[in-house]
Design a protein around this ligand. Structure first.
Ligand SMILES: [Zn+2]
Length: 486
């Protein structure tokens, strides 16, 4: 029967509440259950919390130094010390670590590493030389881990992180809308705002690149349009570095996140609006979910499935063509519905913007969490576990905020749709259609020639020469409209 104590070390306090301490407790508990002949003395156990095993500080001032002193005074002769793994005792350079083991073991102490069930004592390493090799390789691994970790957080990074976390401005590489002093360049940051606004309102990267060239001339920071997307995704635009707001902010949060949503949402097919035929961004083929395209005609243009027009008759079964007049009539008949619905959905625009920001932050945090999980899996557990807890807490908080906002179904529109409609009536058709597209107006046509718009259904029919119009029957009300050309 031997007396048993344990030695525990965490390099970060955050791990204490995490799974690490539970795991270590469970391991110790299991070992004691399987070895009931030994006497556990929890009060004599040693621990170092929040101390790294790398610099050896724990061995010179902490709990390990007291363990070492007790061993060297002969007080632990015949004792068993339980540790989770070799790296709990040391991450020092291999020879220093081996020396630490030597100093403990030569005083009659047995060290058991629970993770791999190895027993180290003067006897076992003498009788079984492979133990020494295992130990040497373990201490070497433990040290390698720390060296890699250290390389990552070395230099000024850690101190800049701390400053950033405290909201202080830090010196980092800054993008083109900053000047040499780390402040916003007034002219360039205004151009950046313009880029974000134009992107959110539907402009493409090429158009934005031309705009940037025009505004900045020889100062244009990019050689081609590919830089635009990088600028739009750069978190330094909202003054963020390393997850903290520590730089001057050029773009308001809601605009930045609206742009991120636009980047995610914008499929190539969606940017289809042409100036000549603005309806093309609103009318969709219900069979293949692609915008309809125009078949120009001197007096009566038609619309048809773009997939079929471009890729041939096998690409989509939807072969009918539809009078542009009818579709424009539907647009006019339902634009107020679309604006009203959109106003209700958006409700208080500030809160809608808040929700956009919240959803964006939520997906950022989830992404950071994912990255962190990868890092954790690769073995950098200690330094990252604390950050994982922070992120999880943030994620939980954001989830409940988003859920709370989404649960409020009684949002009241602050804009009167009639006012909107008055404004819409004064707009050019192309601008109005862009607004309606943003409001989510969509006229969807199926191959049986039924049309769906804002919850209403219609049956389309060919132009009736006798009656000089397109008969359009509302399947919702049963009423027929005769729509004349022009
Ligand atoms: Zn189609």
């Amino acid at each position: 029967m031997a007396k048993v104590i344990r030695y525990t070390r965490f390099s970060h306090h955050g791990q204490q509440s995490g799974s690490s301490i539970e795991r270590q407790d469970r391991m110790v508990g299991d070992w004691l259950k399987n070895n009931p002949e030994h006497e556990f003395l929890p009060d004599l156990s040693f621990e170092d919390l929040g101390i790294s095993g790398w610099k050896g500080k724990h061995a010179s001032t902490g709990g390990l130094s007291r363990l070492l002193a007790a061993a060297e005074e002969g007080k632990l002769d015949g004792f068993i010390v339980l540790v989770e793994a070799v790296d709990r005792l040391s991450r020092q350079a291999p020879l220093d670590a081996l020396d630490l083991f030597r100093r403990i073991l030569t005083h009659g102490v047995t060290i058991i590493t629970l993770e791999d069930s190895q027993t180290y004592s003067t006897d076992t390493v003498t009788n079984d030389p492979s133990k020494l090799i295992v130990l040497a390789s373990k201490v070497s691994q433990a040290n390698q881990y720390s060296q890699n970790l250290s390389r990552r957080i070395k230099g000024s990074y850690e101190s800049r992180r701390k400053k950033a976390a405290a909201g202080e401005q830090v010196r980092v590489r800054l993008p083109w809308w900053f000047n040499g002093d780390g402040d916003l360049d007034p002219r360039k940051s205004r151009v950046l705002v313009e880029l974000f606004e134009e992107y959110v309102s539907g402009k493409g990267e090429r158009q934005l690149y031309r705009l940037l060239e025009k505004r900045l001339g020889r100062d244009c920071p990019y050689a081609d349009p590919s830089g635009i997307k990088r600028a739009l995704k750069n978190r330094k635009a909202i003054g963020e570095w390393d997850g903290h707001k520590c730089l001057p902010q050029a773009i308001p949060d809601e605009l930045w996140y609206a742009a991120q949503n636009a980047i995610t949402d914008r499929r190539p097919a969606k940017v289809t609006q042409s100036r000549t035929w603005p309806l093309s961004g609103i009318v969709y083929c219900g069979e293949c979910d692609v915008p309809m395209t125009i078949k120009p005609h001197a007096t009566a243009p038609n619309m048809m499935c773009q997939t079929r027009a471009r890729k041939g008759t096998d690409a989509c079964e939807h072969k009918s063509t539809y009078g542009h007049t009818v579709l424009d009539w539907l647009r006019a008949a339902h634009e107020l519905d679309a604006l009203t619905r959109n106003a209700k959905e958006k409700g208080n625009t500030d809160r809608a913007a808040d929700l956009v920001v919240l959803r964006g932050r939520r997906s950022d945090t989830a992404e950071a969490m994912q990255n962190l999980v990868k890092v954790l899996e690769s073995g950098y557990v200690e330094a990252m576990a604390k950050r994982a807890q922070e992120l999880q807490a943030e994620l939980d908080a954001l989830d409940s905020q988003v859920a709370a906002m989404e649960a409020e179904s009684n949002w009241v529109p602050t804009l009167d749709p009639n006012d909107l409609n008055d404004a819409a009536n004064e707009m050019e058709l192309v601008d109005k259609c862009r607004m309606l597209q943003l409001a989510g107006l969509r006229i969807t046509i199926y191959k049986d020639q039924t049309i769906e718009v804002e919850g209403h259904r219609y049956q389309y029919a060919k132009y009736d020469r006798k009656r000089k119009g397109y008969p359009l029957v509302s399947l919702t009300t049963g009423i027929e409209e005769l729509i004349h050309k022009g």
